[in-house]
Design a protein around this ligand. Sequence first.
Ligand SMILES: [Zn+2]
Length: 208
Amino acid sequence: MNRLLKENGRVLAFGAHPDDLEVGAGGLLARLSAEGAEVTMAVVSIPNNTEKRKAEAHAGADIIDANLFILFEEKPLRVEDIPMHELVRRFDQIVGDTRPDLVITHSAFDLHWDHGLVNRATVSALRRTPCDLLAFLSSPEMNAQSRAIGQCFADITSTMETKIAAIKAHESQVAKLDLDSSRDLARAMGRISGYEYAEAYEALRVRV
Ligand SMILES: [Zn+2]
């Protein structure tokens, strides 16, 4: 994975809701940030409890040491409430502003409808942008029947605890988020890939 990113590279990650990026890609984002990349987390919408979840999103991004943008933060919203052309227009803007070397987004195989929409909007927004593109499943257990993801693996041994801390920052969701299963999954992905802890990604576009 190191070879994917030049030093001082720019990373842009799209998550449908607060906590999706911490759960799906928090280890890699924290690692790239620690290695000197400029990491931006773009959270599309906040479905409920706006002020509380906005504060949690900022706390999570601070732990990962990433910039945070909440793209539609004015009122409670699901991604499916946003017209696709409006979503892509907003993604276009942030891609133009951040000029990423690497983009990380939801997988098209994610069974959560909002997550799939974010995948489609990301691919559309990158139509003229040369960059690498990886996709994650935000909750692989819930996606057990979808195609298994994992063409490439990120070593997150050095940032496993940071990832857990960033997930914990989402206090209002912690009852729903199973911290043990995040760790178990990272250990299982690590066993496949030869690291202590790993996150699995689908390589949608990789320049070597
Ligand atoms: Zn989500």
